[in-house]
Write a protein that binds this ligand. Structure first.
Ligand SMILES: NC(=O)C1=CN([C@@H]2O[C@H](COP(=O)(O)OP(=O)(O)OC[C@H]3O[C@@H](n4cnc5c(N)ncnc54)[C@H](OP(=O)(O)O)[C@@H]3O)[C@@H](O)[C@H]2O)C=CC1
Ligand SMILES: CC(C)(CO)C(=O)C(=O)O
Length: 334
């Protein structure tokens, strides 16, 4: 299908980067809009959305419709969410205002997504709604897992100041249907993203990609927040690297326990992570900005699924307690 109206909901680091790239590459034939809020929105409206990219000669300044009231945008052919996992439920009604029956919703997320147990009739957990990720089932009800497309991002970014996004570590956006099928929609969306200069691909095994990326994020993000360290110092500390190894090993075992055996070697995965530039993880960015942390999709759900499946996750559990405490203190000091 052709995507004539596309809304990026949550034009932060990744969402903002994608909105700017799409606005610059396909605004002539496509109506690109963004939902943002606060000072970031005000600056986008006043000065456009500025995108800095490593290797680009000059920043890109994209002019696009931006609002904090999605009802003003009308029904879309495609919605791409750039919200964090813990922000989705509060935005469910706003996202629902953008939907018509055939609208697809790409959700860029680290961690286990709320729709995880949809689309696999042979999975013993199929149809299970994850209350921790979707309180009261509001996402399941108002958006519906049938229209969702999963998206795993190996693309880093940060909102460096209101209205200005920096994209770095350009690697991959991986799109996949929850039902593990090939589809014209994911191919068309990947083509659109690739045309804009991003790097996108499709998979029929989105859950393997989710778990594989989660091995990184369950280890890197909370430990970076707890130590306030960027990637390079984290990977230079043998004690932290050992803790990361243990977290990754637990996550890998849990993936296997829910039917997604991973072949990745943990030591090799840590070695590969040394290619990531010395950036702040998205959780460290939130901590430093005084925002709530994306803990449940990255760690809380691991501990919960570990209990459900009888898979031990003691290191994840300890780190979960520590980072939850940090989050509470961060909220109190705001
Ligand atoms: N940043 C990165 O390097 C990477 C991030 N990811 C993952 O991608 C996903 C998106 O992360 P990221 O791009 O960092 O997120 P950001 O926090 O940078 O962006 C989210 C944006 O959505 C806005 N927002 C939240 N709720 C609403 C709402 N109800 N209405 C309007 N705007 C809203 C936020 O505003 P406000 O700031 O006011 O809350 C923020 O601008 C996460 O799951 C993350 O873990 C994956 C790989 C790398
Ligand atoms: C650290 C990084 C870029 C890759 O693991 C990431 O995914 C995040 O910051 O959330």
């Amino acid at each position: 299908m052709g995507f004539r109206k596309i809304c990026i909901y949550g034009a932060g680091a990744l969402g903002g980067g994608i909105a700017a790239k799409l606005a610059a590459s396909c605004a002539e034939e496509t109506d690109i809009s963004a939902v943002a809020r606060g000072a970031h929105l005000n600056r986008i409206r006043r000065d456009g959305l500025t995108l800095r990219e490593d290797g680009a000669d000059a920043p890109l300044v994209a002019r696009l419709t931006a609002t904090d009231d999605p009802r003003k945008l009308g029904a879309q052919d495609l919605v791409i969410t750039g919200l964090k996992g813990h922000q989705l439920a509060a935005a469910a009604e706003g996202i629902a205002a953008l939907l018509k029956p055939e609208t697809r919703v790409v959700m860029i997320l680290n961690g286990i997504p709320w729709w995880y147990f949809h689309g696999e009739p042979d999975n013993p957990y199929n149809g299970t709604q994850l209350e921790q990720l979707d309180p009261g089932g509001v996402l399941w009800r108002l958006i519906g897992p049938e229209r969702v497309i999963g998206c795993v991002a190996y693309q880093g970014g940060e909102v460096v100041e209101p209205g200005i996004v920096h994209l770095y570590h350009k690697k991959r956006l991986i799109l996949g249907e929850p039902a593990n099928t090939a589809s014209a929609d994911i191919e068309a969306i990947a083509a659109l993203l690739n045309r804009s200069g991003l790097v996108a691909e499709t998979t029929t095994r989105i859950r393997a990609e989710i778990w594989s990326k989660l091995m990184n994020n369950a280890a890197f993000n909370p430990l970076s927040a707890l130590t306030r360290a960027t990637i390079v110092p984290l990977l230079s500390d043998p004690g932290i690297v050992e803790t990361m190894e243990r977290i990754m090993t637990e996550v890998k075992a849990l993936a296997g326990a829910v039917g997604v055996p991973l072949t990745i070697d943990v030591a090799q995965r840590l070695e590969e992570a040394r290619a990531i530039p010395d950036v702040r993880t998205s959780m460290l960015q939130d901590l430093l900005a005084g925002r709530p942390l994306e803990i449940t999709p990255l760690l809380g759900i691991i501990v919960a699924l570990g209990r459900t499946t009888g898979t031990p996750t003691p290191v994840c559990e300890t780190v979960l307690h520590l980072v939850s405490r940090l989050d509470e203190e961060n909220r109190r000091s705001r």
